[in-house]
Structure formats: structure tokens, C-alpha cells
Design a protein around this ligand. Structure first.
Ligand code: 3EB
Length: 345
């Protein structure tokens, strides 16, 4: 099964998203990059950059889902510094995996913190070299995200390294920062995918939430470096990326222990971010029902309740459910989404 919000007749387009519930659909030669979610695949991997997210899918008819960004514009690809990337004239997609074991812990700097800083420095170096300065969207995955080591939760260690790299690379750690998610998996590498462009993203914040880059120190010595959403502009298009969104109001978790309450609150947050995005949009209004969703559920046993709650909120919208850890121990789910519109010239 293949679904998409843009039909092939709309080609040529700079970026087209295709989600396929079959292991590996036929290669078209037009792949910029994508993600493979679910069970570790034994088959051959695509040659284009693919982020493998080893996490159980929930309620899926296939053990694997492949999400791919296609483009009809000429492609160039490369690899260096453990980054595999592919680009057209206006957009670059890359994936980077670092093994924490390759980074010696130092006093005051864990292996994960060092790996996180190095990962982002390498990304920024590549973007500089490729004259692709604007980081639009980042997908971060790390092992044991809630585990405390060396006196600090690993998500908080990651946040220190990430912010250090933004500052060291003169990017600034607030305001103009990418949309993102940061999700915990059972094991594996520090696994980061990113999309960047030649044109600036328009960051979008949520009036119901304190901006993450302004979180108080209760949530760690350094704030997370991401925007609640970003509007980005591949040529002829407007894409809305909504970051991982959870049951947080202000800066506090609400509805602890209540997964349905958290689901509704997360969707209220997404609706609020969508309204903000719609004040800044250049294409027709974005609607909740047209978004493609990815939902991370901490406990597989909560899946049925979450699906039922979401169905009443977003109807038959496209949703991929993944079992994974969320970056606060009291968060039971997180929802991210995006949509793409054509721009009138
Ligand atoms: C939150 O709102 C929930 O650290 O990149 C959501 C999206 C969350 C992105 C990140 C974290 C991140 O704070 C967690």
C-alpha cells in the first residue's frame, strides 16, 4: 500500500513524501532519503540515506514501514564523517549514526554528551560545505533516554551536547532553531536524520507552551534546542513540520498516568501550533485532518486506547504508531506530524 498527499501527476516537485507499508518498495531513482521503521531488516538496504528506527510498530499490517522523500530534481549524494547524504538544488537530507563507545567520557562530559556535540558539529560542517545553511527538521533517536548515568538523565546529557554544538557553530540556541523530535529506543547508536535547505525555515512556537529553548533548569542544565514547528520552503512548496508534541502545558507535564488525557492534551497542543502556523502560512490553511502523523507510545498496552482517542480527534488521518520511550519519564506518548502544500507562484 502506498499513500501520499501529492499524486505523481503533480510532478515535477521538489519533495514528495511516500509512505509504504511494504518492506522496501521498488526504487525509483528519485529518492532523496527517508526512514525505515520497525523490525531490523535482513534484506538489502537502499543506497540513498535511510534512517533505520528499530522500534516495534503498533497495529501495523507489516513489520516495517518505509517513509521516503522523493524528488524529481537532479540529485547529488555523498558520505563523509559518518554522514550519508543526498541533495538536490534546494534540499539536503542526511543520516548520521555515532557509537557512544567511540567517545571517552571525561569529567563533566559523558560519552553521550560528547557524541551529541560531535554529531551536530559534523552536521553543521556538512551544511556549511554544501552551502545548505538552514537546518529545517531533525529526527533524534538514542538508547535508554530516561536512564540516569553519571548523575544526569541521558536525555539531559544529549541536550547539553546538542546546545553546545549550536553555540560553537554560531547557530544560536533559541528562536531560529529546527523542528525536531528526540526519542528513546532500547539500544543502538545515537541516530540522527536531518533535512536542511537553502532557504530559511520560519520557526513556529506554541502559545500554550513555554518554548523548549526557554525551559527552566528543572528539566536539565541546558534547554532542548528545537522549535515547536517549522514552515519550510522547498521550491514551489510549503511544508509544515510539527515537532514531537506531548502533554506539556507551560513547561509542566499534565495528566501523569493518564494516557488518554495525555493524548487529548498533545492534540490540543498540535491544534494550537497549527493555528500559529496558519497565521504565518503562504499556502492555503493547514488542517488537522490532512497531516501525516507519527505517534510514539511508551507502553504497547496503551495502544488501543490511544488509537481510539485519536480517531475521535483526527478521524481517518494517516498515522504510524511506534512503541518507544519519551524524553520525560512521566510522558506516555508523543505525536509529530507534517503536511505539504503547493505554493502558487
Ligand atoms: C517537549 O515538548 C517534549 O529534544 O528535540 C519534543 C520534541 C520533545 C523535540 C527534542 C523533545 C524534543 O519537551 C519532548
Amino acid at each position: 500500500m502506498t499513500t501520499s498527499s501529492i499524486t505523481p501527476s503533480d510532478f515535477p516537485v521538489t519533495l514528495q513524501f511516500v509512505s509504504s507499508l511494504s518492506a522496501v518498495p521498488r526504487e525509483t531513482g528519485a529518492e532523496l532519503g527517508g526512514a525505515l521503521l520497525g523490525e531490523p531488516s535482513t534484506g538489502a538496504l537502499p543506497v540513498w540515506p535511510v534512517q533505520r528506527i528499530f522500534a516495534p510498530l503498533l497495529g501495523a499490517t507489516s513489520p516495517v514501514v518505509q517513509e521516503t522523500w522523493l524528488t524529481t530534481l537532479p540529485l547529488r549524494s555523498g558520505g563523509s564523517d559518518d554522514i550519508v547524504w543526498c541533495r538536490n538544488d534546494g534540499v539536503l537530507y542526511g543520516v548520521l549514526e555515532l557509537s557512544e563507545a567511540d567517545f571517552l567520557p571525561m569529567p563533566g562530559c559523558s560519552s553521550l554528551q560528547a557524541a551529541s556535540a560531535e554529531a551536530y558539529r559534523r552536521i553543521f560542517r556538512l551544511l556549511d560545505a554544501q552551502a545548505m545553511p538552514h537546518l529545517w527538521r531533525v529526527w533524534n533517536y538514542l538508547a535508554d533516554i530516561n536512564l540516569e548515568t553519571e548523575g544526569l538523565e541521558r536525555y539531559r546529557q544529549f541536550n547539553i551536547g546538542r546546545q553546545d554544538a549550536f553555540v560553537a557553530c554560531r547557530r544560536g540556541a533559541s528562536g531560529n532553531v529546527p523542528a525536531a523530535c528526540a526519542i528513546g529506543l532500547v539500544g543502538g547508536t545515537l541516530n540522527i536524520a536531518f533535512m536542511a535547505g537553502t532557504t530559511p525555515a520560519v520557526p513556529v512556537e506554541n502559545p500554550r507552551q513555554v518554548s523548549a529553548y526557554n525551559y527552566p533548569a528543572d528539566y536539565g542544565p541546558r534547554s532542548p534546542t528545537f522549535s515547536r514547528a517549522a514552515l519550510v520552503y522547498p521550491e514551489g512548496q510549503e511544508i509544515l513540520f510539527i515537532s514531537g508534541t506531548a502533554s506539556i502545558v507551560g513547561h509542566q507535564t499534565v495528566h501523569p498516568g493518564d494516557v488518554v488525557g495525555q493524548c487529548r492534551e498533545s492534540m490540543a497542543n498540535i491544534a494550537a501550533v497549527l493555528a500559529e502556523a496558519n497565521r504565518l502560512r503562504r499556502s492555503p490553511a493547514f488542517m488537522l485532518s490532512e497531516l501525516c502523523y507519527r505517534v510514539y507510545v511508551r507502553h504497547a498496552g496503551d495502544f488501543d486506547k490511544v488509537r481510539a482517542a485519536l480517531r475521535t480527534l483526527i478521524g481517518a488521518a494517516e498515522v504510524v504508531y511506534v512503541q518507544a520511550d519519551i524524553c520525560r519519564h512521566d510522558l506516555l506518548l508523543e505525536i509529530e506530524a507534517f503536511a505539504s502544500h503547493a505554493l502558487e507562484n
